[in-house]
Design a protein around this ligand. Structure first.
Ligand code: S3P
Length: 192
């Protein structure tokens, strides 16, 4: 019997979005991956800080999360509209709604850098630059309350993250290995 090999049709999208929870390595892996692929790199959080002239923590504490989400969504489109051969690293919450997820899926290839909640805790429990991981009074969380917050955010966001085109487990992988695997997968679906 004739054996058919199903070939993936070449994909013409040349924007790659990196998504995943805070601490998953988007901003670290992004520039290296971009360099390897000959792409430009844009970090959405840095673009927001530049536009507002403030750190993300300050934007949250002075104006609240909703204000941040509005700028985040606006800048995402501004950047994507003029981007080609570009890797855009998103914030952990950027695509945690149907509309933004639909937008990135329609305009690029979406790569989810997936790590366990234990790894997230390990990487973030000493960091103070994530306003989503503070309590309602703005105090840093730690121990069980921090773990509970990570779990609750992950539960809400995983259904969105899981709709990525590529899901890459990064937990115990060396960065070089992640870059190699991602480059291979991406090159097989992107038009040069
Ligand atoms: C957020 C993640 C952050 C940043 C902001 C909100 C979130 O980005 O956009 O603090 O809601 O998960 P990183 O995922 O790059 O930390």
């Amino acid at each position: 019997m004739e054996e058919r090999v199903k070939k993936q049709s070449p994909d013409t999208r040349r924007i790659i979005y990196l998504i995943g929870f805070m601490g998953s390595g988007k901003s670290t892996i992004g520039p290296i991956l971009a360099n390897t692929m000959g792409y430009s790199f844009v970090d959405l959080d840095s673009a927001i800080e530049f536009r507002e002239g403030k750190k993300i923590n300050e934007i949250f504490s002075e104006h609240g999360e909703q204000f941040f989400r509005t700028i985040e969504r606006t800048l995402l489109e501004e950047i994507a509209t003029s981007a080609d051969k570009t890797i855009i690293s998103l914030g952990g919450g950027t695509i945690a709604n149907d509309d933004a997820l639909r937008y990135v899926k329609a305009t690029g290839i979406v790569v989810y850098l997936k790590i366990t909640e234990e790894q997230i805790y390990k990487r973030l429990h000493t960091k103070g630059d994530r306003p989503m991981l503070r309590d309602e009074n703005g105090n840093l969380l730690n121990g069980e309350p921090l773990m509970a917050k990570i779990r609750s955010l992950l539960d809400k966001r995983t259904p969105f993250y899981d709709q990525a085109d590529i899901i890459m487990h990064t937990d115990d992988k060396k960065i070089g290995m992640t870059i190699d695997e991602l480059t291979k997968q991406l090159r097989s679906i992107i038009t040069p």
